[in-house]
Design a protein around this ligand. Sequence first.
Ligand SMILES: [Zn+2]
Length: 429
Amino acid sequence: MRFDVAIRNGIVLTMDESMRVLWGGSVGIEDGKISYVGRDEVRGEEEIDARGCVVMPGLINCHTHAAMTLFRNAVEDQPLEKWLKETIWPREARMKPWHVRAGARLACLEMLSSGITCFNDHYFFMEEVAGVVDESGMKAVLCEAMIELFDEERGREALRRGAEFAGRYRGWRGRIWTMLGPHAEYSCSLEFLSKVREEADRLGVGIHMHLAESRPHVEEFVRRNGVSPVKALDRIGFLKSDVILAHAIHLDDDDLRILAERDVAVSYNPVSNMKVCLGMARVDEMLRMGMRVGLGTDGPGTNNSLDLLQDLKTGALLQKLRYMDPTALPVEKAVWMATRGGALALGLRDTGSIKPGMRADVIVLDTRKPRYRPIRSPYTAATYCSTGSDTRDVIIDGRIILRDGQPQTLDPEKTIQEAEKASQDLLGE
Ligand SMILES: [Zn+2]
């Protein structure tokens, strides 16, 4: 059998309904889609020998602020409020499109080199990010951040810009999807969020928003509105299956039930949540309830890397600790969350499994290294032994964009130089 791209001799994690593992498996890719998975000999225009390596769907980063690579390693060991108010917001106010372009390009270089094939981004000047995504060969779901701050005029302008971006870039180049991006329940009024819902329905796009990330914010919301953020959003008809909530940590049992009933998706961002001490999301329960939960790095300011494989380990460990139960978030579910679960959380039904007909977003991890051996369970190896830099090859829509660890689309040296220049311009020495 001959294909555009043929991957041979791998340990293939299909991540389809069967959750089958193929030892010595082959994958054939044709016209950007998976067209064969099995154990037959495959040949291709391009061939990848994956002997001893794990072959799995590309990782999906369900929540980030890519251009915040510019703030990486800038200020550490601070509470979220102080960090935002003293370091981030004053600089963001001075940001120009070129800063965002340089920061997002560095993020794309890092992500594609770490096995991430698609990311869900919430920031400003998103047409710059769209351009960089296209250049890199990656996929992304993008939204323009809308911070109303209970100011009607400001809200109207933000919604106008957010809707314009979402309408213009939806489906762009076949690899970009858009959403509306209200910031959070503590920075946007319910009246504004109601208008966001109407606009999302009109445009036919989803909504990406931070929710219930810190206890003080939730308590303040309850004092103002008399009910929890989830219940208030449900009352205004905001919660539908096109919504993805970042964090969703401080939820009571009713909130959890409502989110499950409305089929709302959640991005679990364990490293960021730990770093600024926000809390531990009820992810094991969410998954048991059948909710679509993906994994996110959050922005590089609170992580500091964009390494979903490292976060997978942290995320699994944190769930065990949260419930004081070593059976919480088992390895199969953890890997599902970083791949197929993430794709479903973003509404990308034809992505996240290695199965004929699915879009061919595939990565090869170099699991020949000592710390993976003996490998026994590739789910366990991927969850507990891996880091992003073990990514050897990345294929997106059938195109090889990382080969033997070498980026094929972005120039690493130039990308880093430009980002450092932009960072220096914003932060000084
Ligand atoms: Zn965030």
